[in-house]
Design a protein around this ligand. Structure first.
Ligand SMILES: N[C@@H](CCC(=O)N[C@@H](CS)C(=O)NCC(=O)O)C(=O)O
Length: 213
């Protein structure tokens, strides 16, 4: 039985959707990150980084959304969330998950948490605007890649990186041109959103779609 420590709509969305895809029994524990529960001593004992998500499986704990996603995909191969090891597709699977987590997700954290990177308020505004500009370029790049080889990130086949893209796409709703205004990202994330497992994840986190007109 897995336990996932989560906050609605946070970086847990992709691993949570993977748990649903796999059909693995799991329990959810809500960490109120607005109230600062992630910095309470009891939680820090489990995850000294003070972040969500956190996956617990008996004595085993795992952090980092992309790592949890890859671990679940490997432990439950029947769900086919990852291509076979050492295939060209597996290489692209790593490429997408690492790009989405070490470049796009990081830019989102710069955008959302500018105060953690820059001390003065005026500097924070410029820092956030810079992150938004880089995110806009990244969405154009992803949309182009999906136009060339979609509808999923790995072509015809749905895999774990699509769950990660779906999560980041939702975070982009604050940008001037959100992901759903990029036709090929929209096509991919609409397919992901229609998956029963993803719908269950959204419902159990209490997330509603918020697309601007
Ligand atoms: N690289 C980590 C980042 C996790 C992360 O920063 N999560 C955010 C929510 S999306 C969080 O816990 N924020 C609370 C805080 O930083 O105080 C991952 O992907 O798991």
């Amino acid at each position: 039985m897995y336990t996932l420590f989560y906050s609605p709509g946070a970086a847990n969305m992709a691993p949570h959707a993977a748990l649903e895809e796999i059909g693995a029994p799991h329990k959810l524990v809500h960490v109120d990150i607005v109230a600062g529960e992630q910095r309470q001593p009891e939680y820090l004992k489990l995850n000294p980084k003070g972040r969500v998500p956190l996956l617990v499986d008996g004595d085993y704990t795992l952090t980092e959304s992309a790592a949890i996603l890859m671990h679940l995909a490997d432990r439950h191969p029947d769900a086919e969330l990852a291509p076979p090891l050492a295939t060209p597709e597996r290489g692209h699977y790593y490429q997408w998950l690492l790009y989405l987590s070490n470049t796009v997700q990081v830019a989102f954290f710069e955008y959302f948490y500018a105060d953690r990177f820059v001390e003065d308020a005026a500097g924070q505004g410029a820092f956030k605007a810079n992150a938004a500009r880089r995110l806009a370029e990244m969405l154009v790049y992803i949309d182009g890649a999906l136009a060339a080889r979609g509808p999923y990130l790995l072509g015809d086949r749905f895999t774990a990186p699509d769950l990660f893209l779906h999560m980041l796409a939702r975070w982009s709703r604050w940008l001037d041109r959100p992901a759903y205004r990029h036709p090929h990202i929209k096509r991919c994330t609409d397919l992901v959103k229609a998956r029963p497992a993803v719908m269950r994840m959204m419902a159990s986190e209490g997330i509603v779609e918020e697309e601007k007109a």
